[in-house]
Design a protein around this ligand. Sequence first.
Ligand code: MN
Length: 228
Amino acid sequence: MTYVFPPKAPTTLPIRGSGRVFPINRVYCVGRNYAAHAIEMGHDPGKEPPFFFQKNPDNLLPDGADFPYPPMSQDVHHEIEMLVTLKSGGDNIAAHVALDCVFGYGVALDMTRRDLQGQMKKLGRPWEIGKAFEHSAPCSELVPTDQIGHPAKGAVWLKINGEMRQEGDLNQLIWKVPEMISYLSGLFTLRSGDVILTGTPSGVGPVARGDRMHGHVAGVGDLRVSVA
Ligand code: MN
């Protein structure tokens, strides 16, 4: 078979302490997974079923890169999140075995054109233009579970220009990682290379050109990206 043009190589993320890279398949994101963030966005923090949206695999941006301020928005927000990456998948995965699918963890930003997302919400339209744009998912290197296990508590924070903006703890996740994987696998066939952004704590807000963002997830690592 001959391609009519050369297919794009997969987007990859580096793995700490390894010369190997992790190829990305799908990028799932969980909405409103910290009560304090649900409240700041004007929603009831009760435990409703989780909901998901997706970004494109080639929306990822590596640690240390510049995040170009995207077009068509005057209100681009940061959302710091823990990233879960899968080495295996399937359908209807039970929560008690779901962690067996996890390859490792990372630190990610779910960059959001909040003004466009807000317009789409109001019109009952899909969120892609607010969420799934170029470079909208900066991600750190990945740390495999054989180095750190499965972090379930510890600080999640984001500083901008050295000033604390978002602060939460992994133990505040409404839907825990095994529950997220289990629920998602009932909707989609999960597979190796899939990644999940697990939701953001409160304190989301706008970024400006020149801002230096520094995200941290305790026991996982750091992510540093500047707005260009
Ligand atoms: Mn998010």
